[in-house]
Design a protein around this ligand. Structure first.
Ligand code: PLP
Length: 409
């Protein structure tokens, strides 16, 4: 029952609002008064197709997605999009510039953490003769050669006319995120982006992985992006649903591109397949979409992204405040440079023999789970997705104060 639930600070799949889970049990029995449960109903039923329209509009209105962009739903998570963005954007480039030889095509990757590094590796696998240009690698700007910073603007080396420019807005493992303060040193350098051959800034092939920061606050310069994608399982729902926001010039006839020499694209990875079928080419992840719809409805009722931006800012400020207290006492050590810290994933080390284990064991005894850092980097990671409440932070704060006192006694 719900009273046996603990506070979940996990990095994903992560907590969902209790009210939504309770509501979902109703839908499992009888979806939208159809007399059939959501896990049993046809995705072609009028109840479900009208639900998909509503889901689309809940995202479009809250994120302010312009009519130039389509919102698509698919499966396969962020990892599937590592492949899809490469294939669709290379097909688009081939159609625009059939005369350019493959070896002269480049794909620009901004590498600021483990996920963008993985995405660049997939581009190398799928890109054939075209080149992957690492625009910048933040490890080159780190004293300890790790992903602990957003690099300075002058270090980005974009290609002249890339097929795509890729970045990951929030690096979930490393706790590094682009700042949204327009003129901050750790914001994304939109002003340096190369002009495309069409000379229209609206056609910049900018691709962003928003998997772990989607709908936690507004997306700056959304309209200037070619593709923004996110798995649902951090802020807005369970695993199984991937949301893709695609500018319409990036929804291309991949078969026509293949005739010109581009790689063939698996039917379900083609954005055109998804767009032409209104995201219902095959059986979608019906239940994940349903739960996501409930979360988005609740978000709207609470006041939309303005509300969540304020809430998430407050939560992050409080947890970084606790981290600072711990640093001053010599117990915690930050992992990320000032200005590059993530709002969603706060990462730090606990210093001293056996101290990390004491921290995690104590937290678990006190009803908090999911605080262990990613296995590749260790340490502590506190994930602060939308469903984490200020009361949850009160609980964490009390625990950390007790912990600091015990460690320094
Ligand atoms: N990108 C980011 C930023 C992520 O955090 C993750 C997963 O945590 C992925 C991509 C991979 O997503 P998925 O597990 O949905 O394939």
């Amino acid at each position: 029952n719900s009273s046996s639930r603990v506070i979940n600070f996990g990095a994903g799949p992560s907590a969902l609002p209790l009210s939504v889970l309770e509501q979902a049990t109703q839908g499992l029995l009888n979806f939208s008064n159809s007399g059939i449960g959501i896990a049993e109903i046809s995705h072609r039923s009028k109840e479900f197709t009208s639900f998909v329209t509503k889901l689309e509009s809940l995202i479009r209105t809250q994120l302010d997605v312009p009519p130039t962009h389509s919102i698509l739903f698919t499966q396969g998570g962020g990892s599937n999009q590592f492949s899809a963005v490469v294939l669709n954007m290379l097909a688009r480039y081939k159609l625009l510039h059939p005369e350019v030889k493959d070896e002269d095509i480049s794909m620009d990757y901004v590498v600021t953490g483990s996920w963008s590094k993985k995405a660049a590796e997939e581009a190398r696998r799928l890109g054939g003769k075209s080149k992957v240009n690492i625009t910048v690698d933040s490890r080159d700007h780190s004293a300890s050669k790790v992903f602990d910073n957003i690099p300075p603007h002058e270090s980005y080396k974009f290609s002249q006319d890339p097929a795509l420019i890729y970045y990951c807005e929030n690096e979930t493992v490393d706790g590094v995120e682009f700042s949204h303060e327009g003129n901050s040193a750790s914001s994304f350098p939109y002003h340096l982006l190369p002009k495309s051959k069409e000379e229209s800034p609206a056609l910049i092939p900018l691709v962003a992985d928003y998997s772990s920061s989607f709908m936690c606050r507004p997306i700056p310069r959304l309209a200037d992006h070619a593709i923004i994608y996110a798995g649902a399982q951090k802020n807005i729902g369970p695993a199984g649903l991937t949301v893709i926001i695609v500018r319409q010039d990036c929804i291309v006839d991949v078969d026509a591109a293949a005739k010109l020499g581009a790689s063939p694209v698996p039917i379900m990875l083609s954005y055109k397949t998804l767009a032409d079928s209104k995201s219902l080419y095959n059986t979608p992840s019906v239940f994940a979409m349903y739960l996501t719809g409930l979360v988005l409805e609740r978000m709207k009722e609470k006041g939309g992204l303005k509300y969540y931006e304020e809430l998430n800012r407050k939560k992050a400020e409080r947890v970084y405040g606790l981290l600072k207290e711990g640093e001053e006492k010599g117990v915690f050590k930050r992992k990320v440079n000032a200005g590059s810290e993530s709002w969603m994933n706060v990462v730090f080390d606990v210093l001293g023999e056996g101290a990390e284990k004491r921290f995690l064991d104590g937290a678990e005894k006190d009803g908090m789970k999911g605080l262990k850092g990613h296995r590749s980097v260790g340490g502590i990671r506190v994930s602060l997705y939308n469903a984490v409440t200020e009361e949850d932070i009160d609980h964490l704060e009390k625990y950390i104060h007790q912990f600091l006192q015990a460690e320094t006694a």
